[in-house]
Design a protein around this ligand. Structure first.
Ligand code: RP5
Length: 168
């Protein structure tokens, strides 16, 4: 695997089932990543220490996934100047609406690019990270063009399959 340039931090190992959706996409694009559990609430010192040398270690983008009163992405954006992409995790009992509002409603001056709740958000976080990195990586930019083409072809194939199924 290439050296990590995307750091995926999660508030709990219970968040991993959701954010793992990002991993195959990052691998498909050849983007190195690392995964770290560090909670803004339960282990603030550990989180601060991890973030303090992230840029020096070569990390370019942080994806932060957390549930409930999710402050992980916001704290990451407060502690670094790296771009932070937030993924609200759909934990019970509010199924992610709590995490969405906690992640998206940042005060002016501390930006978090907030994705959709749950697995869709995790996938889009990987794609969004790849788009940022592709600004200075033409090979990656070409991979993103191919990805879009493949995705569009899949929609057409699904349409054909559906027509065959319903005889339309
Ligand atoms: C948040 O609390 C975590 O991000 C997780 O989504 C949620 C529940 O954590 P666990 O009780 O499963 O460790 O901090």
């Amino acid at each position: 695997m290439p050296d990590p340039i995307v750091a995926i931090i999660i508030g709990s190992d219970s968040d991993f089932e959701t954010v793992r959706e990002a991993l195959p996409l990052l691998e498909e694009f050849g983007v190195g990543y690392e995964v770290e559990v560090a909670s803004a609430h339960r282990s603030p010192e550990r989180l601060r220490t991890y973030l303090s040398d992230a840029r020096r270690r070569g990390i370019k983008i942080i994806i932060a996934g957390a549930g409930m009163a999710a402050h992980l992405a916001g704290v990451a954006a407060a502690e670094t100047t790296l771009p932070v992409i937030g993924v609200p995790i759909d934990s019970p009992p509010l199924h992610g609406l709590d995490a969405l509002l906690s992640t998206v409603q940042m005060p002016p001056g501390v930006p978090v690019a907030t994705m959709a709740i749950g697995r869709s958000g995790a996938r889009n976080a990987a794609l969004f990270a790849a788009r940022i990195l592709a600004l200075s990586d033409p090979v990656l930019a070409e991979k993103l063009v191919k990805f879009k083409e493949k995705q569009a072809a899949e929609v057409a194939a699904r349409s054909e399959r559906l027509k065959t199924k319903i005889g339309g």
